[in-house]
Design a protein around this ligand. Structure first.
Ligand SMILES: *Cc1c(COP(=O)(O)O)cnc(C)c1O
Length: 408
């Protein structure tokens, strides 16, 4: 199947699992436990054979979604979680230990940023760096560094990490390279091309797309050699070394920490992900058109969108990504009130979240960056008039007209 296109592979993946009665969609298996006719069957599943015993680790519906995510991410194995944050935090807790050092982008999703001081409380050293600057990342390396964590397109300012150079650094220094690919998504950007070891994604956003299910995923790209990693427990240093990392994430992470996705939600995400490429093409095109419109508007001081030539990482984005993503932010002129503008929007919905079919907008300083205060906002380059938009699939002209009437 590898030679087929992105969407072809996803929409035909359920059928390849030999679903009963030839159903085109894998059914929802809500059962928590699975029974066996012979005791050996139960023993085999407990000892690693394919099959299901208890829904905290797997169900046939979860398997079907994991198969799709593995295809989307072009990886060797994927596991799914109850939310993006469950996947993010499991990556750290299952693979790092006290005394380890983590290098992490300081342009981070708010909750991931908040996880960093939790990790420090557990004895993990954390250095936050400007991940767009490879020199700063290299300088942060210590003898106990185990992992580098970055996001592809940071939210809301849309900084893009030095993805390729960090990949080369991680390969040279044998560091686990974790990319949170939620905002670019594996449709726009195949993180294995820059050497990512693990791809972490919030399925709640572009993968599901409909905004009716939370979920998260970790995919192993097969690039990292886990034989070089000192934190793999002996129990998981068995069989194919390529699978040691994902096995530990499954057992120490998903099974023990319990952040498992329900089959109901897995099914909703499975349906959503089939239209991912169609939706994202439209969303990215809408973002590009709105960015150009806002950039030319006299009341707008600055637009942050990787598709604009003025964006500091525009050339890199052009080289690495299929399109420039579907979030954009903008600052109004200092004399303008972004709350007043937002209140005038008629189509665009005032809401947080990314990747919905509807266009959503919010005032950044007073919402997603309120907790850290003004100091934190200044450090992160967040102005008091910044608006973040998550583009939907509406007709472009309607969105532009909505912003036009609100601004004028
Ligand atoms: C939304 C988001 C998350 C968290 O995902 P949830 O599914 O909301 O828990 C993590 N990282 C990024 C970049 C996100 O945008």
């Amino acid at each position: 199947m590898t030679s087929k296109g992105f969407t072809t592979k996803i929409v035909h993946s359920d059928r390849l699992l030999n679903i009963e009665y030839g159903a085109l969609h894998a059914p929802i298996h809500n059962a928590v436990a699975y029974g066996f006719n012979e005791v050996q069957g139960l023993i085999d599943v407990f000892q690693g054979a394919a099959g299901h015993a208890y829904a905290r680790q797997s169900t046939p519906t979860i398997d079907a979604l994991q198969q799709k995510i593995k295809t989307i991410d072009n990886g060797i194995a994927s596991i799914v979680f109850a939310s993006g944050m469950a996947a993010v935090v499991t990556t750290f807790l299952a693979l790092l230990k006290s005394g380890d050092h983590l290098i992490c982008s300081r342009f981070l999703f708010g909750s991931t940023n908040s996880v960093m001081n939790t990790l420090q409380n557990y004895g993990v050293e954390v250095t936050l760096v400007d991940a767009t600057n490879i020199a700063e990342v290299e300088e942060a390396k210590q003898s106990n560094t185990r992992m580098v964590f970055v996001e592809t397109i940071a939210n809301p300012v849309t900084q893009i990490a030095a993805l390729q150079e960090i990949g080369e650094l991680c390969a040279r220094q044998k560091l686990v390279y974790v990319i949170d690919n939620t905002v670019a998504s594996s449709y726009l950007f195949d993180a294995s091309t820059v050497g990512a070891s693990l791809i972490v994604t919030s399925l709640s956003k572009y993968v599901a797309g409909h905004g009716n299910a939370l979920g998260g995923a970790i995919t192993d790209t097969g690039i990292f050699d886990w034989q070089n990693y000192p934190n793999i427990f002996e129990a998981y240093q068995k069989g194919d070394a390529k699978m040691w990392g994902i096995k530990q994430l499954l057992k120490k992470g998903l099974r023990d920490m319990g952040g498992c996705l329900s089959s109901q939600m897995a099914h909703l995400i499975s349906i959503g992900c089939e239209t991912m490429a169609l939706r994202m093409d439209r969303q990215c095109d809408n973002a590009m058109s709105l960015a150009v419109f806002l950039d030319a508007h006299p009341k707008v001081a600055k637009v942050y969108y990787p598709g604009l030539k003025s964006h500091p990482q525009h050339e890199m984005a052009k080289k690495l990504f299929k399109k420039f993503g579907a979030i954009l932010s903008f600052d109004l002129n200092e004399s303008e009130d972004c709350g007043a503008l937002l209140n005038k929007l008629k189509i665009v919905i005032l809401a947080t979240h990314l990747g919905d079919n509807r266009t959503l907008a919010l005032p950044v300083a007073a919402t997603i960056f309120a907790e850290g205060g003004l100091d934190m906002r200044l450090k992160m380059g967040i102005s008091e008039t910044m608006v973040r938009c998550s583009m939907g699939i509406e007709n472009t002209i309607d969105l532009i007209n909505d912003f036009k009437q609100a601004l004028d």
